[in-house]
Write a protein of this length. Structure first.
Length: 281
């Protein structure tokens, strides 16, 4: 199953009991906006998963601004939403795929291979005249059993131990000004992890907001080694996920998430910080 599906594909399967739609809309800095938008109208049958309440854990001294959630708790909610290993899950948002990608990555990490993102998101669905409802979905609960894929994740210690290693590429998914250290609107320290290259996550989309196809994604990452480890981070482990999906579409297989990302990295005294350009795309 593709990591991306079209709105036409989903419309044809809205009544399929083996397809579960997940609304991941969320606006950073306005935590109630996604839930409110869902209540005002969503794709029929869609359940809502909130970035901070469902897809992240409590913020502590370390772990970053959006730590990974407790997987047992998340598994229970997935089961309540009617998700088990027999269903195809389609996630969408209205934020260019950033929040839906976080959900996509978490399901992959928990061993659920049948998960995709709705290309173009909710606004495109609505503009096409496809059905929208305010009705709460009713799905029979299932049992979601996680099978955690630990190689998909790296810790701060893993990243620190790999600094300077030629067989590991470190990718910073934030916008260029944050990567360069020229501004930092969210975290207390500006800059990037030494050695990281800058691939802004929004470059995974074309000018119309559609996900670029595999050939175009391969062109984005053309100078990365085909073999070897790629570690992706952002500010808090959310917008790194669209780049992970893009790298997957481009054919890279050893792609890992540093979930705590920059906000976790700077929470440890003594971790080095770099400023300026080391490589961008």
């Amino acid at each position: 199953m593709s990591n991306l599906v079209s709105k036409e594909w989903l419309r044809e399967r809205l009544n399929d009991d083996h397809v579960v739609v997940v609304d991941c809309r969320f606006v950073l800095g306005n935590p109630d906006a996604g839930r409110q938008a869902y209540g005002e109208g969503h794709i029929p049958g869609a359940v809502h998963f909130d970035l901070e309440k469902d897809l992240s854990g409590p913020v502590r001294e370390h772990g970053g601004r959006h730590p990974l959630p407790d997987l047992g708790t998340l598994a229970l909610k997935l089961g309540e939403a009617g998700i088990d290993d027999t269903v195809q899950v389609v996630a969408y948002d209205d934020q260019g795929g950033a929040m839906a990608s976080r959900f996509w990555w978490l399901l992959k990490f928990m061993g659920h291979a049948q998960v995709s993102i709705l290309d173009e998101g909710f606004s495109s669905w609505k503009e096409a005249g496809y059905p929208v409802t305010q009705e709460a979905p009713s799905r029979s609960p299932r049992s979601f059993v996680p099978q955690v894929q630990t190689p998909m994740l790296v810790s701060m210690e893993d990243v620190r131990n790999r600094l300077g290693q030629t067989d590991t590429v470190l990718i910073d998914s934030r916008d260029e000004r944050r990567y360069l250290g020229l501004e930092e609107p969210l975290d207390r320290v500006a800059g990037h992890i030494p050695g990281a290259r800058n691939f802004f996550w929004k470059a995974a989309l074309d000018d119309a907001g559609r996900w670029k196809q595999g050939d175009d994604q391969r062109e984005r990452f053309a100078d990365l080694p085909a073999e070897g480890e790629i570690i992706v981070y952002c500010g808090s482990g959310v917008t790194a996920c669209p780049n992970i999906l893009a790298l997957t579409e481009a054919g890279f297989s050893q792609v890992k998430l540093y979930s705590g990302s920059w906000s976790d990295w700077i929470s440890y005294e003594g971790n080095p910080v770099a400023m300026g350009e080391e490589g961008k795309a």
